[in-house]
Design a protein around this ligand. Structure first.
Ligand code: ZN
Length: 171
């Protein structure tokens, strides 16, 4: 288990399609453990294997609706979704920049666990957003493709304050 380097936007690996996992062996378990350590160190809510340079369909999402338990997703795919909500989004591969992205309100994902056992999970809000974000990483896409404008954390705080004041806010 170790903390791995997180690749940054512009790295060609981040725009490649990851390969399905076919062997649920120690190597996969090491990858999942490394994702967990790396995510904990970076204090994020999700991380996909390509972000640490491994082109496999593996991701980790922190379940903010269930005691921040990490959800290990192997070969995940979105099988159902409903609703739409706009929210701010960031990425450990795009540090310090955030954007407004519209995602489904509720998302159902089918995946396998580290032993190959299939499971289905449905989540809303931030965790649903995170499922979409991480699965996109497995297809070589970053959240920045969904928005025209990126903001720094400071700019974002400022805008949220303006919104609360009842002013016009963004756009
Ligand atoms: Zn990301």
């Amino acid at each position: 288990m170790s903390v791995r380097k997180i690749l940054q936007r512009g790295d060609p690996v981040l725009s490649k399609t990851a390969h399905p996992v076919t062997e649920f062996n120690a190597r996969l378990h090491n990858l999942l453990d490394d994702l967990r350590d790396t995510l904990a160190k970076a204090d994020g809510v999700g991380l996909a294997a390509p972000q640490i340079g491994i082109l496999r369909r593996v991701a980790l999402v922190i379940d903010t609706l269930d005691d921040n338990k990490p959800i290990e997703l192997v070969n995940p795919r979105v099988v159902a979704f409903s609703g739409a909500e706009e929210g701010t989004e960031g990425c450990l591969s795009v540090p310090g920049l955030f954007g407004y992205v519209t995602r489904p309100t509720e998302v159902t994902v089918e995946a396998q666990d580290r032993y190959g056992t299939p499971f289905t999970i449905t989540r809303t809000g931030l965790t649903a957003r995170c499922f979409c974000h991480e699965i996109e990483h497995l297809d070589g896409h970053l959240f920045v493709e969904h928005t025209d404008k990126l903001y720094t954390g400071e700019e974002l705080d400022e805008m949220e304050k303006e919104k609360k004041k009842g002013k016009k806010g963004r756009k």
